[in-house]
Design a protein around this ligand. Structure first.
Ligand code: ADP
Length: 276
């Protein structure tokens, strides 16, 4: 807030000026912050409002699908009903991800600071991924059961679920997915390495943009919303963590998150054993 007018927010920058002087540049960013907040509120409200009618449609489509599987009057409509239901599910995923992203963007400053049993959360995300994989991928886990984190559970779970889920969705059947959770000199590292389709180098810097996809068709066919990595990026920011991406087309990708040491938590041995 500006000391002159407390309703204003100024962005301050100090730059070198001549040999011994410094220049202070103050920019009024109040308008931009207000617009950003209005946009986030709009997205959050719109997603929330869209959920209710869609839930009703989904409910009826589920019923019709069950009916169409028999020999009754709906039998000839089996394929269009199935398609409608799939599209409704896609829209539902999209709305949920938009809502999640809008909440993450506005809740950044107020993330909970709870002790988190990260190994247990990783195990849960791996179980979800195994369902998605339907036994078509090999999972290798290398998880330090004593390492926990401090922060928000929703945020941390979004990171684990999206990165492990992507590894399954972009790795052809028969491939392997390696999940690691261990300590390094820089802090705790969470990494997911796959033997999947890989990502062209030129696309890597843009992956965390909203709706950015390397191949739209493949993303949609695999149930992707195009928001997963934006969600991961925002959740990582709340933890002051960073994301490193390495990939080679046709060989595979590694997504690695580095959490700062001050967030590290030693889990008691009993809880660690139970989580394994
Ligand atoms: P989507 O819902 O499309 O998967 P994401 O934001 O999660 O959206 O990812 C953005 C894009 O990054 C994807 O569309 C895909 O092209 C690429 N991508 C993400 N993870 C992987 C991966 N493990 N292997 C290959 N490509 C990936």
């Amino acid at each position: 807030p500006s000391p002159i007018n407390p309703a204003k927010t100024l962005s301050l920058r100090i730059v070198p000026y001549g040999n011994h002087q410094r220049l202070l540049i103050a920019r009024d960013v109040s308008e931009r912050l207000l617009l950003d907040a209005a946009r986030r509120d709009f997205v959050a409200n719109a997603s929330h409002e869209l959920r209710t009618p869609l839930t009703v449609l989904r409910g009826y489509l589920d019923l019709m699908e069950a009916e169409a599987k028999g020999d009754g009057t709906l039998a000839p409509w089996r394929s269009p009903i199935d398609e409608m239901r799939q599209q409704a599910v896609r829209m539902e995923n999209l709305i949920n991800d938009m809502l999640k992203l809008a909440r993450l963007e506005s809740a950044r400053a107020q993330m909970r600071q709870d002790p988190l049993d990260a190994p247990a959360l990783i195990q849960r995300a791996v179980e979800d991924a195994r369902q998605l994989s339907r036994g078509q991928h090999r999972f290798e886990l290398d998880i330090d059961p004593r390492l926990g984190l401090t922060g928000g559970e929703t945020q941390l779970q979004s990171i684990f679920v999206n990165l492990i889920g992507n590894a399954v969705r972009y790795t052809p059947p028969g491939g392997a997915i390696r999940v690691r959770w261990h300590e390094s000199a820089e802090g705790v590292r969470f990494s997911v390495a796959d033997t999947g389709i890989g990502i062209p180098q030129k696309d890597i810097p843009r992956l965390t943009e909203r709706f950015y996809r390397v191949d739209v068709g493949r993303s949609q066919a695999s149930g992707g919303t195009g928001l997963g990595l934006s969600i991961v990026k925002h959740a990582l920011e709340a933890f002051d963590a960073r994301l490193e991406i390495e990939s080679e087309v046709g060989v595979g990708s590694t997504f690695c998150c580095v959490f700062p040491p001050q967030r590290t938590l030693r889990l008691p041995a009993v809880a660690a054993a139970a989580s394994n």
